[in-house]
Design a protein. Structure first.
Length: 192
C-alpha cells in the first residue's frame, strides 16, 4: 500500500508499506521542471526518502534513497524515462566488506494505444556499489488501463521488489526454474 498527498503542484510527500522485509517507505517528491511550464517536452523530479525494514533480525534496517526521474515526451503517444537511483546501506544483512551504497539506472517507456490503454516497460540495472550475490537486473512489462481517475496495471516481471532501495542492488534470485512473475497494481487518484 502506498499513499501520496500533493501539498502543491510541485511537492508531494508519500508513505508506503511493502511486504519485502516489512518495509516502510517515506519521503517527498519534488517537481523540478514541468513540461507544462516550458516549451520543452521534458520533466524532471526528485524523489527523496528513506525506508525502514521492520522485519525481525535485520541488522541494517535504515536506508536513504534519492531518485532523479527525467521524462521525455516524444509526441502525444510515446514517453521515455531515465532514472538514476542512489541508496545508502542496501545490504540488509550487513555482510563484511559490502559497499555502503548502491547505484542503479532505470530506463522506461510508455506507448499510449488509446485514451484507455498503454503499453509500459522498464529496466533497472545496478551500475555501482553493493550488488546482491547472483543478482539479476530487473525488468517489467505490461499494460495499463486508464479509467477516469484509476490506473489498473497487469504486469509480468522478473522481480518482486517494490522500493527503490531494494531495486538499486539488483533483484533476488528465488531458485525456482523461472524467475518470471505476474502481478497487478491498482492506483486511485483523488482531488479535493
Amino acid at each position: 500500500f502506498w499513499f501520496s498527498y500533493g501539498l502543491s503542484d510541485r511537492i508531494a510527500p508519500y508513505v508506503g508499506r511493502s511486504a519485502n522485509l516489512a518495509t516502510w517507505e517515506f519521503g517527498v517528491k519534488v517537481k523540478l521542471l514541468d513540461e507544462d511550464l516550458t516549451s520543452l517536452p521534458l520533466s524532471i523530479a526528485a524523489n527523496i526518502g528513506g525506508t525502514f525494514l521492520d522485519a525481525n533480525g535485520i541488522p541494517n534496517n535504515n536506508r536513504f534513497t534519492v531518485e532523479l526521474p527525467l521524462g521525455i515526451r516524444a509526441g502525444d503517444r510515446l514517453a521515455f524515462q531515465f532514472v538514476p537511483i542512489y541508496s545508502t546501506d542496501p545490504d540488509e544483512q550487513d555482510l563484511p566488506g559490502s559497499d555502503g551504497y548502491a547505484l542503479a539506472l532505470g530506463f522506461g517507456g510508455s506507448l499510449r494505444l488509446s485514451t484507455t490503454y498503454s503499453l509500459d516497460v522498464e529496466y533497472i540495472a545496478n551500475v555501482g556499489g553493493f550488488e546482491r550475490f547472483d543478482a539479476a537486473n530487473q525488468w517489467q512489462a505490461g499494460v495499463t488501463i486508464h479509467v477516469r481517475r484509476h490506473l489498473f496495471q497487469l504486469l509480468v516481471s522478473n522481480s518482486t521488489l517494490t522500493t527503490p532501495d531494494f531495486m538499486a542492488a539488483g533483484s533476488f534470485k528465488t531458485g525456482i526454474k523461472s524467475n518470471v512473475r505476474f502481478g497487478f497494481n491498482l492506483v486511485r487518484a483523488f482531488s479535493f
